[in-house]
Design a protein around this ligand. Sequence first.
Ligand SMILES: Cc1cc2nc3c(=O)[nH]c(=O)nc-3n(C[C@H](O)[C@H](O)[C@H](O)COP(=O)(O)OP(=O)(O)OC[C@H]3O[C@@H](n4cnc5c(N)ncnc54)[C@H](O)[C@@H]3O)c2cc1C
Ligand code: SF4
Length: 426
Amino acid sequence: MADNSHQFDMPLVFAVKHKELAIRMSSRSGGVFTALSDYVLEEDGVVYGCILSDDFKAVHVRAENANERNRMRGSKYIQSDLRDVFKAVKADLECGRKVLFSGTSCQVAGLRSFIQKYYEGLFCTDILCHGVPSPKVWEEYLAWQEKKNSGKCTAVDFRNKAEHGWEAHIETLTFINRKKVHSEVFKTLFYGHAILRPSCYKCPYKNVIHPGDITIADYWGIDKAKPGFNDNKGVSLVLINNNLGESVFKAVKGNIDYKECSIEDSMQPVLVKPFDEPVERVHFWSDFYKKDFEYVSKKYGGYGLENNNEKQKAEILSPDFFVFPYEKVKSGKRICIYGAGNVGENYYVQLNQNRDYQITGWFDSNYKKYSSIGFPILSADQIDENDFDYIIIAVRNKTAAEEIRAIISQKGISDEKIIWDIIVDK
Ligand SMILES: Cc1cc2nc3c(=O)[nH]c(=O)nc-3n(C[C@H](O)[C@H](O)[C@H](O)COP(=O)(O)OP(=O)(O)OC[C@H]3O[C@@H](n4cnc5c(N)ncnc54)[C@H](O)[C@@H]3O)c2cc1C
Ligand code: SF4
């Protein structure tokens, strides 16, 4: 990779959308992180970033391939646990591997200060960062939701773009008993700022100069900057901070749609100064430790307010919503889905919501029709036993399921690896 020593006085600014709609829909903004990390993986590099673990904690991990990297997609609005990744990054660099490290600006600055020397293979992206909420508050929020909804949580989407659009901010939680809750309580606590980590009120990166080679963000203000570019499915703001960032951006241009913009049209509060520590922070923490979460959610999270109640709707999922068979397929497994209709789409969306599963293929006999609407559907000819631990048949009709099972079996796939979990239509 090129030298990153030439830091620009002002960043080059772009609005970016990944060309593949399915990638954009699985990403928080315009999917630029996938384009940048694909480039590093194709160069036999490794990618470090934040995933949501099986028990819904934000942790940094290392990815060697696209499936592992895909779990990093989506914003987790809590402080991530870096564990030992700085040491692992250094070890990879010492071995001559190319490395993409992604995280908040302070995590990128922390990594640079930890490794202390210039490595040609290191490329860093930082996210524009509003601040990170306390994981402890997130834990209590989750426990409160599970109690209220009488079941373990099976999927979390911190900001449900698929159902509410890119611009809205509504968190969605799905539970084992098929309930799904759309809520704004955690979002309201986040934007109230009392739950941010103390260092965030003194953040030294709240300006246009950043420690990443490329800084990525949501492009708020896109309608004014580039009218017509926004389709409410996500646009990334990209700040290119130095020569290295510029050369990597150039290398990924084939996979993205982009427009050059001005920094003046791209400003948002986090590019100006840190948020003030709210005066009620001390009261919040006192209440948090002394009272139950129901009290905290009402006093600080807007829970119970008239318009919030409207959005805090708990639905029992309709018979047309199909919950992925979590009971039969334990986490950590590589999954292929066969079927791209309603059921397949439901499974795909759930597994993409940061759950600890890897989707390694999605098949349908009518693959041409579905691929043309932007989803990555493959033909049955491409089924390869080595690619998955389980293949899930995603149709509701028993006869259709049996036909699909026969097609899959013909490929030499053993019966234990094929799962069909729905008995609706005979
Ligand atoms: C806590 C937080 C606050 C943010 N605040 C703002 C803001 O004020 N303004 C704004 O424009 N954008 C903000 N963002 C950034 C934005 O939401 C997207 O992360 C960014 O635009 C990348 O989107 P994408 O479509 O390219 O990628 P995606 O594929 O969705 O990328 C996800 C990237 O975010 C990283 N990531 C996710 N969660 C965390 C976390 N908890 N800690 C560290 N890294 C994480 C992953 O490692 C990955 O690199 C924030 C993100 C987070 C996590
Ligand atoms: S606001 Fe600043 S200090 Fe807080 S997590 Fe983000 S980059 Fe780090």
